[in-house]
Ligand binder design. Structure first.
Ligand code: NAD
Length: 330
């Protein structure tokens, strides 16, 4: 049997490339930018599989243009860039990388929470400006993290990992979710279920961990900011469009809320100039899962899905496993 031909849409860690190269003929996009839609289609024309990143939108039209591709392995847990129903209809398996980045992303969310709460971005800029005049009792006063109330929106893998970190800071944890967690899980994390309104009204820190879906698009808008405490800090490590960015900039500028820490943006890689001009927001370039170990594990899982598929085994983290099962039976 000929070796499967795979297109990888960016250089990924060796933990993924080495096993892929052992089993497949691999072409890697060599540039330090995402391929355009046309470039991706051209590169996939003669391929059996695609390993892609969240910057590649794989919708029905792209799938129709690359009919030789049988599996699309996303190197990310969020898969709002993939049209899974269209892939299922086209008989294409899609996979993501759940479970290996929860702790790393929760670390970053907590780092952002501390950074935005204690105004570390502003403090660092002050030091670098050469204008610091020395210790000042009124200088750069922020919000306490210890004993504050943390509101977690989306209590899945990453939301729960964040709750574990909050325990070390004696935070009071409350959460909201479309599906409340089992009572023993919530009790184990000392987390109380509240509705969205109560969470917004009573939290000192609001951290977002929902997937991007039609139901979560602009979940946090001007109305939501109006409900939050003036001292509240918003953290977003989920997906940019979960927050209405223009409303966030207005809320930060007008003092509707105190601060924000962001890893993701509504129109990546662009950020609104209003946000960039504000002191009370910490801005990171979508690095939630960016530890050496975790990015390696993500690349490896994507590779394992492709390798399993062509070995006739179920891809371990398929989003539409029924497509593989159908093929195996047929
Ligand atoms: P998960 O599926 O384990 O948890 C998501 C939770 O959100 C679930 O409990 C679900 O019930 C809940 N939810 C869904 N729709 C909701 C709604 N309308 N209202 C309230 N709750 C709702 O996902 P996860 O692994 O914890 O990841 C969450 C998201 O974080 C991913 O989808 C991804 O977009 C994002 N993410 C970002 C980075 C980064 O680099 N910044 C890294 C990893 C994941």
């Amino acid at each position: 049997m000929p070796r499967p031909r795979v297109f990888v849409s960016r250089v990924i860690p060796d933990a993924g490339l080495i096993p892929l190269r052992e089993h497949c003929d691999v072409e890697v996009w060599p540039h330090n930018r995402a391929p355009s839609r046309d470039e991706l289609i051209a590169a996939c024309r003669d391929k059996d599989a695609l390993v892609c990143l969240l910057t590649e939108k794989i919708d029905a039209a792209v799938l129709a243009a690359i009919p030789s591709v049988k599996i699309v392995a996303n190197v990310a847990v969020g898969f709002d860039n993939l049209d899974v129903p269209a892939a299922t209809a086209a008989g294409v398996v899609m996979s993501n990388t759940p479970g290996v980045l929860d702790e790393t992303t929760a670390d970053l969310a907590f780092a952002l929470l501390m950074c935005a709460g204690r105004r570390l971005g502003e403090a660092e800029r002050l030091m670098r400006s050469g204008t610091w005049t020395g210790w000042g009792i009124m200088q750069l006063m922020g919000q306490d993290i210890n004993h504050a109330t943390l509101g977690i929106v989306g209590f899945g893998r990453i939301g729960r990992a964040l709750a574990r970190r909050a325990a070390g800071f004696a935070m009071s944890v409350q959460y909201t979710d479309a599906v409340p967690a089992p009572a023993d899980v919530a009790a184990g994390l000392n987390a109380r279920f509240v509705d969205m309104d109560e969470l917004l009204k009573t939290s000192d820190f609001v951290s977002l961990h929902v997937p991007l879906l039609p139901s979560t698009h602009h979940l946090i808008d001007a109305k939501a900011f109006a409900k939050m405490k003036k001292t509240a800090v918003l953290i977003n490590t989920s997906r940019g469009p979960v927050v209405e960015e223009a409303a966030l900039a207005a809320a930060l500028r007008d003092g509707t809320i105190a601060a924000a820490g962001l890893d993701v943006y509504e129109h990546e890689p662009n950020i609104s100039p209003e946000l960039a001009a504000l002191e009370n927001v910490v801005l990171l370039p979508h690095i939630g899962s960016a530890s050496v170990a975790t990015r390696g594990k993500m690349a490896e899982i994507a590779a394992r899905n492709v390798i399993a598929y062509f070995a006739g085994e179920a891809p371990p983290t398929a989003l539409n496993p029924e497509v593989f099962e159908r093929r195996a039976k047929g």
